[in-house]
Design a protein. Structure first.
Length: 710
């Protein structure tokens, strides 16, 4: 609720703004008065033909009497302001007052007094419709209601063959800045019409809505009233931008560079215009859009930000490189900041930008961002309590946190419940990009610790992996325990064991505990027979995974993480190159990755050394198998009295995956019989599983149940 003092202050600002706009409008009308005086003088100099009564061509031209009547029509009803009733003596020249929109525009676009007068001459019909008929009279053509190049030169008193005409050609400030358009290019130079674009007219009249042609491509960042810390990166960048450098690339690991770029422009006393990478990808050519971005930035005294570059589509060779180059050329007049995770390619732009590394986001900054975002949607103030959701595992920038909390608040509203941890986790998952879905299979975890039947040692190893994922910002960031060599902040684990021992389910439980999604990499989309393609596919996976809050699972990892061998032919050489690339890429990975294998001995020792946790998944013993049988059959499936799960657990050495398959087969048999699950049906399912595994069905294992099942 706004207080009385705040309301008075707000009203004061509104009145000040209204008064300022009225003063600027008066000044603009004063400039147009000069144009009108010169129009009047030019009409008098040219004289007029005698009016003929009953003129058969009446309406096709303007008579002298009609022109005199137009000149006598002084009031400006459109603005409610009145100019003097007589033009009087012409001023020595028109110079806008410092601080007005016209003066600011002249300063930002490098206009001299002659340019300003040309602009006012072209602007006059857009503000006062009387000028349309006056210009038509002077052009001797009622269809040409805009000022022409020749007319503009005559009104400012310059010869038509003089150098003044070159202020209205390509490359001159008015045309290069997009403030004036010379139409009718097929006509002689002097008869070409001058038009002021609607966006420039709106700006001069105090209306600053962005050009509709930039919808979906450009937006202005919300202002930040907080002054950045003098020692912060944003303040230092702001000082640098004010001093000289205009092209900067912010390379960041955590996606915080966009916020830093906006804060840097604010520190340099500039607004921030953000180019949307998705909208950028849809732009066919830069020849039309980039000049509009440049004009918008100069009108608003703003800088331009494009990023993250990871979302820019570079698939079309040369196309978006040309767009980047055109955008970077704007740095001659306005600051341009790019940002992204990838390395800067020198071929992208003619001038190399200043590459500035952005420090990783601290845990305290993330906590503050979560609290502020939750406070914004719940209205609980700055010290809002954030529902517990293992938020430390989410690698989100403050802006991403705000959007995730907004999505979570919407889900809470749909559920009709207070905002909780489940909503926040769903909000984070909703923020995840779909880019990784093309390269991996996404699974939303639906299991928990109670669904796992594992030895105590394996559980301890999984708990250690969870601990590393939750506290890595503290240990590797705040305590600086990360070694050098360009190593990332990723958490890498290996799950080794026989098929069906719970490796994939454990990865799903880990993702569920962290509130993340599980992405299972499909090796068929990775391995390629062509040289170098496998590395490219892996690079795309790691790049996409770095921007997604999820757990990356490489199933059957020994297929691509195998041992390097002695080089005997080109195949061995390229296989070793793939392994070497993976070693390097895994070290710089910032996410959470799990490798599973049935053959631990086949993995290269260099991979093992780089792993944080190695968890062994042995075959379950009899008590564990009994628990697995009971959980796999569930509580809804009716069981017959003769069902002996203890016998199954003690007699059949099966992994958890095989037990689950047996339980499913037996359930189908019970559904067909429309009766509770019997021991005979369960034994029959086990026999089918034995045949599938290629194992012998021995009477010593099945006992008397073998004959019963037959």
């Amino acid at each position: 609720m706004t207080s009385v003092a705040e309301g008075a202050g707000l009203d004061g600002r509104r009145h000040a703004t209204a008064d300022s706009r009225a003063a600027e409008l008066r000044e603009l009308l004063g400039g147009l008065a000069l144009v009108e005086h010169r129009v009047h003088r030019l009409i008098e100099a040219r004289g007029g033909a005698e009016q003929v009564e009953q003129d058969p061509y009446r309406g096709l031209y303007l008579s002298d009497d009609e022109v005199a009547r137009i000149l006598a029509d002084r009031p400006d009803a459109s603005t409610g302001l009145r100019r003097s009733d007589s033009v009087g003596e012409e001023p020595a020249g028109f110079l806008p007052d410092d601080g007005s929109r016209l003066a600011s525009l002249a300063r930002r676009f490098g206009l001299d007094r002659l340019d300003v007068e040309f602009l006012l001459i072209a602007l006059a019909p857009e503000v006062d419709s009387r000028f349309e008929r006056l210009y038509a009279y002077l052009n001797d053509d009622v269809t040409r209601t805009r000022a022409t190049v020749g007319l503009a030169l005559s009104l400012v008193g310059l010869p038509q063959a003089g150098h003044g005409r070159f202020r209205l050609t390509e490359g001159a400030p008015l045309l290069a800045g997009g403030l004036l358009v010379v139409q009718d290019g097929d006509r002689p130079m002097l008869t070409r019409s001058l038009r002021v674009p609607d966006r420039v007219i709106g700006h001069l009249l105090g209306h600053d809505r962005m050009d509709p042609a930039l919808a979906g491509v450009l937006r202005q960042a919300a202002g930040d009233d907080e002054d950045p810390d003098p020692l912060s990166l944003a303040r230092r960048l702001g000082v640098a931008l004010a001093a000289g450098p205009r092209l900067i690339y912010l390379r960041d690991p955590d996606g915080d560079a966009g916020r830093q770029a906006v804060a840097a422009l604010a520190a340099a006393h500039r607004a921030a215009l953000i180019v949307d990478p998705v909208g950028w990808n849809t732009m066919p050519e830069s020849a039309e859009v980039v000049p509009l971005i440049a004009r918008e930035a100069r009108l608003r005294a703003a800088g331009v930000i494009l990023g993250p570059l990871d979302r820019v589509d570079f698939a079309r060779p040369g196309q978006h490189t040309r767009l980047l180059r055109d955008l970077a050329d704007l740095a001659e007049h306005t600051p341009v900041l790019f940002h992204g995770r990838r390395e800067w390619d020198p071929e992208w732009t003619a001038e190399l930008p200043i590459v500035v590394p952005v420090p990783p986001i601290s845990g305290a900054t993330r906590e503050a961002a979560w609290s502020a975002a939750v406070a914004e949607v719940t209205g609980e103030g700055a010290a809002a309590t954030v529902p517990e959701a293992n938020l430390a595992a989410y690698r989100l920038s403050p802006e991403q946190v705000r959007r995730a909390v907004g999505a979570a608040a919407g889900l809470a509203l749909v559920d009709g419940a207070p905002l909780n941890g489940a909503h926040l986790r769903a909000g984070v998952r909703a923020y995840n990009a779909a880019g990784l879905d093309r390269l991996a299979r996404r699974i939303t975890p639906a299991v928990g610790w109670d669904d796992l039947v594992l030895p105590a040692s394996t559980r301890r190893q999984l708990s250690e992996l969870l601990l590393r994922a939750v506290h890595r910002d503290t240990v590797l960031g705040r305590w600086r325990m990360r070694p050098g060599g360009g190593r990332g902040r990723g958490v890498l684990a290996l799950f080794a064991g026989e098929s069906g021992t719970g490796k994939t389910m454990s990865a799903e439980v880990l993702a569920a505990e962290l509130g993340l999604e599980l992405y299972i990499v499909d090796l068929s989309t990775v391995v390629d027979k062509y040289v170098g393609e496998t590395e490219k596919n892996l690079d795309r996976i790691f790049t996409e995974a770095a921007g997604v809050n999820g757990v990356l699972l490489f199933d059957e990892a020994d297929a691509i993480f195998g041992r390097r061998s002695e080089v005997r032919d080109s195949h061995d050489k390229h296989a070793n190159m793939e392994s070497a690339y993976l070693l390097q890429r895994m070290e710089s990975f910032d996410g959470i990755a799990v490798l599973t294998t049935n053959l631990r001995a086949n993995l290269d020792e260099a991979f093992i050394r780089r792993l944080d946790v190695v968890a062994d998944f042995p075959m379950p013993d009899a008590p564990q198998r009994l628990a697995l049988w009971d959980r796999c059959l569930g509580t809804e499936l009716p069981r017959a009295d003769d069902l002996d799960l203890r016998f199954c657990a003690e007699s059949f050495e099966l992994a958890g995956g095989s037990i689950r398959a047996c339980a499913l087969t037996a359930a189908y048999l019970a559904a067909e019989a429309d009766a509770p699950l019997s021991m005979a049906q369960l034994i029959n399912a086990i026999r089918q599983e034995y045949r599938k595994l290629g194992r012998l069905v021995l009477a010593g294992e099945f006992g008397t149940w073998l004959e019963t099942s037959e």
